[in-house]
Design a protein around this ligand. Structure first.
Ligand code: DX5
Ligand code: ZN
Length: 235
């Protein structure tokens, strides 16, 4: 008898408001929600961990009023431990920290969970997976950066696919349920391959918020690209 085919994994789309019009971010969030986004990805940059400065916990608090979707906050900041209570209070749902920014990564992910948020960890393209391997059982989300953080609209770094595959393998082999997210250069051209490599949450900035189409059309286009992926795994 043939084994039953495994169900297709559900793929989530997390539009990054970094690419939206900063003068109307509330509306951008509402638009993304109407278009069927699963998370809203919020890129916090402090001018130290990465050169640009975007916004902080106060913005999360404001955006919280515009949607009931989970706010997926990506902290590109030095000393993230100082800001964790502020983001909890502001209503962040998932708080992701960079391994490179944390001298005590294990403590930081536990601090995030203790304050009622989901904990995420991420790493730059040049950082090996070993930097997060030990905390994988303690996190809800693992994010692979497929560009060097700091800017939207960059080109996807092809070696990220192999990193994704290896991380997918680690999670599956250890029976860990952390969501595997990918961020940077995700668009119609790269979406299927990141899903095939094991990603289950796709961050997309410039592919969702751009001048050429509506957010609705952009999200539909991404979903269509995702549907062409052949995904043998079930998680
Ligand atoms: C980069 C940010 C990304 C960025 C992605 O530092 O972490 O979330 O918004 O932008 P695109 O999708 O345009 O590469
Ligand atoms: Zn991001």
């Amino acid at each position: 008898m043939q084994p039953a085919p495994r169900p297709r994994p559900a793929i989530k789309i997390a539009p990054s408001i970094l690419a939206a019009d900063f003068s109307r971010l509330g509306e951008a969030v509402a638009e993304a929600a109407r278009a069927g986004a699963d998370y809203i990805h919020v890129d916090v940059m402090d001018g130290r961990f990465v050169p640009p400065i975007t916004f902080g916990a106060q913005m999360v608090k404001t955006l919280r009023r515009w949607t009931t979707l989970p706010l997926d906050v990506h902290l590109m900041v030095a000393e993230p431990e100082l800001q964790i209570p502020l983001f909890a209070e502001a209503g962040a749902s998932i708080l992701t920290v960079h391994a490179e920014a944390c001298a005590h990564l294990h403590r930081v992910v536990h601090q995030i969970r203790e304050l009622g948020m989901k904990a995420g960890v991420t790493l730059n393209p040049g950082t090996p997976l070993a930097a997060i391997e030990e905390v994988l059982p303690d996190v809800d989300l693992a994010l692979v950066m497929s560009v060097n953080p700091g800017y939207g609209g960059q080109r996807f770094i092809p070696s990220s696919l192999d990193k994704l595959r290896r991380l997918r393998g680690m999670l599956d082999a250890r029976g860990l349920a952390a969501e595997l997210e990918i961020d940077g250069g995700v668009n119609e051209g790269t979406a299927a391959s990141v899903v095939e490599a094991g990603a289950r949450v796709l961050v997309a900035g410039s592919a969702v918020f751009n001048d050429t189409e509506s957010v609705q059309q952009a999200v539909a286009r991404l979903r269509k690209a995702i549907a062409t992926a052949s995904t043998p795994r079930s998680n």
